[in-house]
Ligand binder design. Structure first.
Ligand code: ATP
Ligand code: MG
Ligand code: MG
Ligand code: MG
Length: 482
């Protein structure tokens, strides 16, 4: 009945193709760019063109780019709109059209092609971008009350610490237009969802933070496919769209529970599984192998979080009644089933992906069982020590957290999560000191990743590249360059 995620993607690409854009394939999640760890946006594959380092092959293009944003990992399930893995639909102009066409087409796509009611759409523009404000008002006819001027944080887009950037303008959907026009905050996610960002890419941000005008004015846009699907399919969050929900249903089968009857904690856990399973399948498919460094650590951390979350839901073993079997491959099969129009290459890599997941899951379950005992011991010690009423907040020492990490393979984020569930904090500073000590002692000093939940750019700077060796060596650990 309602429009499928696949149809939304296809209609976006066709809309821009019929306006002169070349449809290009998504690039890998592993970018050809040392300043970012993983592909965070559709523009990355075009960065050299935007910067004038490579000639454009076409004046404008459109893509459905698979993306990973590790900075949103904590948002998964907590907000209705964030994923670690998602698809970004984009239209790009390489010195061809600029603001006016980008704005007019974005509106036409949203209201005509997708049929969104115009009165439910709100616009943000960069605070001093009068040109964009007037285009929305005069060319498109959006009433001034629904165009908000916003500051740099929201409306000046940069792909990283350096690189092409510019003011942007976003389209928001209003789920509660009955709330009217007073005290409106577009950041209020109980009322609005940002779904389309138009970046007027006209500067290169240099190392010293200064903005150098680019030779050409470019357009870079991103529309979150899962967000549009959620609006058009009229479901309460991105996870319940046809792009993700089948994976969640598979997890409920394994856990023998029902989604509609689940409480909110259980639903959140199911959303984490639905989200992270997509991320790990596409990362492994793009050649990222679980390890303790860089991208490999991102996959490892996501896999381990799924394993632990699945166990919290009572999933044990595969769906053939084998309690020692792995369940990630079962969920991965569902992800792969849904992959045809996201990345047509995933299916051909199925065997290798499932094997890698099984190996990593079983490896982790072993350590998990030993580590959980120790962690629970540490937690009850910490709770005992704080004594409840002497004002000391219960806290795990950096040494303990490090022991769990180093000896038992407990990602520090998982330790933090389990601890938080019992009202215990962890001494991150102490942990960092232990890590630093180990790093200094270790010969391979460069192979340790900064574990804090920073953004990709920050992580990318502190770690070496992982090199993909091909599927024959999927079982071999990734090698480290330099
Ligand atoms: P938000 O403010 O909701 O975190 P953003 O401003 O960080 O989004 P952009 O960098 O503007 O997002 O990316 C362009 C589009 O990609 C967004 O408008 C949204 O539709 C989509 N998008 C961004 N981050 C995510 C995510 N973590 N999960 C799903 N879709 C996303
Ligand atoms: Mg964001
Ligand atoms: Mg935003
Ligand atoms: Mg945005």
């Amino acid at each position: 009945s309602s429009v499928s995620g696949d149809a939304i993607r296809r209609r976006f690409l066709n809309f821009y193709a019929s306006r002169g854009h070349k449809i290009l394939p998504s690039s890998s999640l592993v970018p050809d760019d040392p300043t970012v760890l993983l592909t965070i946006a559709g523009m990355l594959q075009f960065k050299p063109i935007f910067l004038g380092k490579e000639p454009r092959r076409v004046p404008c293009a459109t893509t459905a780019q698979r993306c990973i944003r590790t900075n949103d990992i904590e948002n998964v399930g907590r907000t209705t709109r964030h994923h670690t893995f998602f698809e970004m639909l984009g239209n790009f102009s390489f010195g061809d059209y600029f603001k006016k066409e980008a704005i007019v087409w974005a509106w036409e796509l949203s209201t005509k092609e997708y049929g969104l009611p115009p009165e439910r759409l709100w616009i943000s523009v960069f605070e001093d971008d009068d040109e964009a404000f007037l285009l929305w008002h005069n060319e498109v006819g959006v009433p001034k009350e629904r165009i908000k001027r916003m500051g740099e944080d929201d409306n000046f887009w940069t792909s990283g610490i350096t690189g092409p950037c510019g003011p942007c303008s976003e389209i928001y959907f209003d789920f509660h237009s009955e709330r009217g026009y007073t005290d409106v905050d577009l950041g209020d996610d109980s009322r609005f969802i940002e779904f389309y960002n138009l970046v007027f890419m006209q500067y290169n941000k240099k190392d010293d933070g200064s903005l150098e005008p680019l030779k050409q004015k470019n357009i870079d846009t991103g529309m979150g496919l899962e967000r549009v699907a959620r609006i058009l399919q009229k479901v309460p969050n991105n996870y319940e769209t046809d792009l993700i929900f089948p994976i969640i249903e598979k997890a409920t089968d394994l856990a023998r529970i029902s989604y509609p009857e689940a409480d909110s904690v259980t639903k959140n856990n199911l959303k984490i599984i639905g989200d992270h399973m997509r991320a790990v399948v596409y990362l492994i498919s793009d050649g990222v192998i679980p390890s303790n460094i860089g991208r490999g650590y991102v996959v490892r951390r996501l896999i381990r979080r799924v394993v632990r979350t699945g166990r919290l839901l009572g999933i044990k073993g595969d769906d053939h009644g084998n309690p020692d079997g792995a369940f990630l491959p079962v969920l991965a099969e569902k992800v792969i089933e849904l992959s045809t129009n996201i990345d047509p290459d995933v299916k051909s890599r199925k065997t290798a992906i499932l094997e890698e997941l099984k190996r990593e899951e079983l490896r982790f379950v072993q350590t998990l069982e030993r580590g959980e005992k120790l962690l629970n011991q540490f937690l009850s010690d910490a709770l005992l020590k704080s004594g409840g009423n002497n004002g000391n907040k219960p806290c795990l020492s950096g040494k303990d957290v490090f022991l769990l990490y180093d000896t038992y393979g407990f990602p520090v984020e998982i330790t933090a999560e389990v601890a938080e569930e019992q009202g215990v904090t962890i001494d991150m500073e102490g942990f960092d000191i232990e890590m630093e000590n180990q790093r200094r002692q270790s010969q391979a000093a460069h192979s340790v990743v900064k574990l804090s939940i920073g953004n990709d750019v920050e992580i990318a700077r502190s770690i070496p590249d992982t090199e993909f060796l091909g599927y024959d060596s999927l079982s071999a650990s990734a090698t480290v360059k330099g």
